[in-house]
Write a protein that binds this ligand. Structure first.
Ligand SMILES: [Fe+2]
Length: 285
């Protein structure tokens, strides 16, 4: 069955209508979704009343899934990141709880798992419960942002390598969020600054909060460049803001966009989001 694709901005993002992911999606429909993903980087599906099993099964059709980190309370080594202010007893977590500080790191622009040697290809986030106000997710196309750079800048960036580190990005929230075991699970890694997307040949900036500095550059100079590129890439013309409805599923390409969560009143409203993550194909350097 042909799907309907409604573009969301001038440069990326599309809403996909006419698919029920809770039922088995036939191969022909799936190929249309895969093509739309390659073209638009961010896909929005509405009214998908998914459970974890269904979400995992659909996600796996794009490739092997990444496991969550053992030391991360949202995952504990399984396939689902439970990004929620609700605990296992179904009670709201206090805004003062350390877990909420970890969650607040999602409000910095980032690419999921860019701190892993093999960074994630894509993420799928299923909205199980959403607050009536706030809690949006914003996406920025680092592909469109790269395209719009002047040629001299593109030439200057070619071949540069950045160090990405979860310990670095968490330290921006609070210096003692991660214990030694957690830091040892995810040591700093090198990532190319300009990525080429194999499926399309496009180039994209690979930046975000986990990017700490540039290899071979003085730390502060590297940070200044990363900050400049982040400010460039997150200008309004490259950004789509998603206002969640319950049962939305949003899928995004971590190689071609950044994202960040927006605040909501965590003392008042529940927000329950489950994420699956599609593993990358290999190292970027
Ligand atoms: Fe994320």
């Amino acid at each position: 069955m042909p799907i309907t694709i409604n573009p969301l901005t001038d440069c990326f993002g599309a809403e996909i209508l006419g698919v029920d992911i809770t039922k088995s999606v036939d191969d022909e429909t799936f190929e249309q979704i895969r093509e739309a993903f390659n073209k638009y980087s961010v896909l929005v599906f509405h009214d998908q009343d998914l459970n974890d099993e269904q979400q995992i099964a659909f996600s796996r059709r794009f490739g092997p899934l990444e496991s969550t980190m053992k030391n991360d309370f949202t995952g504990g080594g399984g396939l689902i990141n439970n990004l929620s202010n609700v605990d296992e007893k179904n009670e709201m977590i206090s805004p003062e709880d350390k877990r909420m500080y970890h969650l607040s790191a999602n409000m910095l622009w980032h690419s999921d798992s860019s701190f892993k040697k093999i960074p994630a290809k894509a993420s799928l986030l299923s909205a199980r419960e959403v607050p009536p106000e706030g809690g949006e997710t914003e996406y920025a196309s680092t592909r469109a942002a790269y395209d719009a750079l002047p040629d001299e800048k593109k030439a200057m960036l070619e071949g540069l390598v950045a160090v990405h580190s979860l310990a670095y990005s968490r330290s921006l929230i609070s210096p003692d969020l991660m214990d030694e075991a957690f830091k040892n699970e995810v040591p700093p890694v090198k990532q190319i600054l300009v990525r080429t997307i194999p499926e399309t040949g496009e180039k994209a900036l690979f930046i975000g909060s986990h990017a700490s500095h540039i290899v071979g550059w003085p730390i502060e100079e590297g940070r200044a460049l990363l900050k400049e590129l982040l400010e460039w890439a997150t200008q309004p013309q490259f950004v789509y803001r998603h206002k969640w409805r319950p049962k939305d599923l949003v899928m995004w390409d971590n190689r071609r966009c950044l994202h960040r969560g927006r605040p909501w009143d965590t003392s008042k409203y529940r927000r329950v989001m489950h994420r699956t993550t599609i593993a990358g194909d290999g190292s970027t350097v």
